[in-house]
Ligand binder design. Structure first.
Ligand SMILES: [Ca+2]
Length: 381
């Protein structure tokens, strides 16, 4: 457990250097959430029985360091309880399994909580007995904004892995399930679209594209409302990974990416780099940049045709488009042409508008992610 302590110390020191003491920014909030994760992780791993102390003691060191830098995680995480410091929060935790002394002490006082959750560990035990009246604040405090925050938490615990995680971007009512790519170009990516076997139908109407469809463990579209909320939190970049039927993998990266609010969900994208070519055609009049989102029966393009109907799927179509990663899925053995849709295409990939790709992955990450991680790693040396 000592290594966790060391990592936490270095993370906090680096953070204080970078952001200045006591600044209640996103990273600070993120570190407070890491502290909550620390408590949960310690309990899950039964570390309370280790010779190094209870979860409160281990994670409390982390907390002490934050407080020395003028951060009150209690106020940040539970803004409705402005007078409740984190020490108070800690003292309100349920007794820990195996901590008989604490259990005996608490058994002498009547509990107003639900007895059935005792001894199970997890978040239920971490929450105060009297939660804030504003349940949105409470829910937000137990979820990360995106996969980059999951990366930060994972790196502190030394177990970075891609997979399905729950996030709760600002102003989203309920937590959402997403796939986090923690390996490509340093990780921290929140996947917003993923296709690899054609098992999911993408020829859907506008409200489906607003809400999202599919499963985060398989093929899916995260939904325009969610993508808007995520990219409104910070400055984000976009990474598109594409694979053809011969196993060639290429990428298109955009240093800025956001989707505007509904009902237009206007695409703002810029700063192309990569190997797949600029399928959003930033420097051409037919660019997708600045276009509204169109689907079948929801024509918001700048063409006299309904390109959402013509190309299939939903996309930021303009007068035409050299890309449509939500188009109909074809296998390399399928014969297809412009009568049944152009397929899943990113024309600059092959130079062939009619080539339908095998795999697509669109993902976003805050633009300051790499700097943040580099600073943390520097602190670990
Ligand atoms: Ca039109």
């Amino acid at each position: 457990m000592w290594f966790l302590h060391v990592l936490v110390v270095t993370a906090v020191l680096q953070w204080s250097v970078v952001t200045g003491e006591g600044q209640a920014d996103q990273l600070t909030l993120s570190l407070c959430r890491v502290w909550e994760e620390c408590l949960e992780k310690a309990m899950v791993n039964d570390l309370e029985n280790s010779e190094l102390g209870t979860p409160e003691a281990i994670c409390g060191d982390f907390l002490d360091m934050l407080e020395k830098h003028g951060v009150d995680c209690g106020t940040l995480l539970y803004p409705e309880e402005e007078t409740a410091g984190v020490e108070q929060l800690l003292s309100s935790l349920e007794p820990l399994p195996g901590d008989e002394q604490q259990q005996q002490e608490s058994s002498s006082t009547p509990s107003d909580g639900d007895e059935t959750n005792k001894g199970e560990g997890g978040y239920k035990q971490l929450l105060p007995h009297n939660p804030p009246a504003n349940t949105d604040d409470l829910l937000r405090s137990t979820h990360f904004d995106d996969c980059s925050e999951w990366y930060t938490a994972q790196s502190i615990f030394g177990s970075i892995a891609s997979g399905v995680f729950s996030i709760k971007p600002a102003h989203v009512n309920d937590p959402i399930s997403v796939y986090c790519d923690q390996t490509t170009e340093g990780g921290g990516w929140t996947v917003i679209q993923r296709r690899f076997d054609g098992s999911l139908e993408f020829f859907r109407r506008f409200n489906a594209y607003q809400d999202g469809f599919g499963d985060s463990s398989s093929e899916y579209w995260l939904g325009l409302d969610n993508i808007y909320r995520i990219t409104a939190q910070n400055a984000y970049e976009l990474y598109i990974e594409l694979e053809d039927w011969s196993g060639n993998v290429k990428f298109a990266r955009y240093s800025s990416f956001s989707v505007g609010p509904g009902s237009d969900y206007t695409l703002s994208v810029g700063g192309y780099s990569g190997t797949a070519g600029d399928g959003f055609c930033l420097s051409f009049s037919s660019t997708n940049n600045g276009m509204k989102f169109s689907t079948r029966l929801h024509d918001r393009d700048t063409s006299s045709l309904s390109t959402g109907e013509f190309y299939g799927g939903g996309w930021w179509f303009g007068s035409s488009s050299l890309s449509d990663l939500n188009g109909p899925y074809f296998r390399d053995t399928d014969g297809f042409n412009d009568n049944n849709g152009y397929g899943v295409y990113w024309a600059p990939f092959t130079g062939d508008l009619f080539y339908s790709l095998k795999k697509t992955k669109m993902m976003v990450r805050p633009t300051d992610f790499s700097t943040r991680v580099a600073n943390m790693r520097q602190g670990k040396k």
